[in-house]
Design a protein around this ligand. Sequence first.
Ligand code: PLP
Length: 391
Amino acid sequence: MRNNYIKLDKELFLPTYNRLPIVVDYAFGTRIFDINGNAYLDFLGGIAVNILGHSHPKILNAIDNQIRKYMHLSNYFYQITQIDLAKKLIDISGYDKVFFSNSGTEAIEGALKLARRWGNLNSKNEIIAFSGGFHGRTYGALSLMDKTKYKDKMGPFLDGIKILEYNNQQELENTINDKTTAVFIEFVQGEGGLKVADKNFIDKLFKLKNKFKFLIIADEIQSGIGRTGKFFAFEHYGVKPDIVTLAKGLGGGLPLGAILTTNELSDVFETGMHGTTFGGNSVACAAGLVVLDELEKGLQNYVVSISKYFDEKLHYLKEKFSIIEEVRGIGLMKGLVFKCNASEIVDKLIKQGIISNATSKNVLRLVPPYIIQQHEIELFIEKLELILADY
Ligand code: PLP
């Protein structure tokens, strides 16, 4: 039966995805169960989405309550669940205004439009992003990225965007000027191999911002909502960007993204200049409220303590196995850099009942649900030790 589904999948879909060899029956907590009854421990968490694990009872309950009231109305209406989530996001983040989207790439598109319009109003026309960055698959987002893997023969892309080397202060200094409109940055690059921005690099960026008055846009789609131990990864640097994009974990497993910004930028868009049919769907917002609530009630503190333990264990592995070159990332957004192809390790981990994924060819990405337990981390380390003993 499993093979039938795999065959059908290949027949039915455009070949855009490289799927793991698992036909899923259901998922609960930190476990995914396939149709043959095998259980897998989930260190991928729906690619950094399932913060509270799978099918969290409070999320199910919140969704159920909302669905019984209504599922979709459109953004023509005032919707209390949407307002409640916006209020909570504002309270937690210290920003002033929200726009809800359905996905990460749509949050980036909105931020890009906001930045471009602000630039046009202020006689600025250059946008900067960084190599290794990942911002999504729509044209605006792709225009902020340099990887040919995502862009090959798909142009033309947007004009007026320069991609600089990540963590290269000199390039910042050489490129930024009074025409610079905005800089898009991931403080921890998710798809880009879990690279972390240097403190000096960020300091230089904000120094240049003071001088040339451009916008800094933090893409926190993967690193936000508490994943690094703080609500936003940029909080580790003591800075505050002008615009933040969120998605992934925000909807507790339902599609939801957001743009957060300040009062100063709130008048840049006029009515009708941006919008979406589904963005801010109340069912997704109801799930999002549970996520933020759980974070406040202790889950954020738990991320800090469990990720310390995780980090120690990953460093222990690095000391023991020379095939591991580096431990990267912050909090529960971690990468093991291998001297071999990381997809090899992913395949072997699946055979041991563990789900992870490879990014940037040689990096094993580990973004588990925040509810991951110490004994589950131990199990993961044990299985990886078994695999690496052969290297
Ligand atoms: N930005 C970052 C940092 C991401 O990691 C991703 C997705 O992986 C995106 C943007 C795009 O988000 P989505 O896939 O929801 O469009």
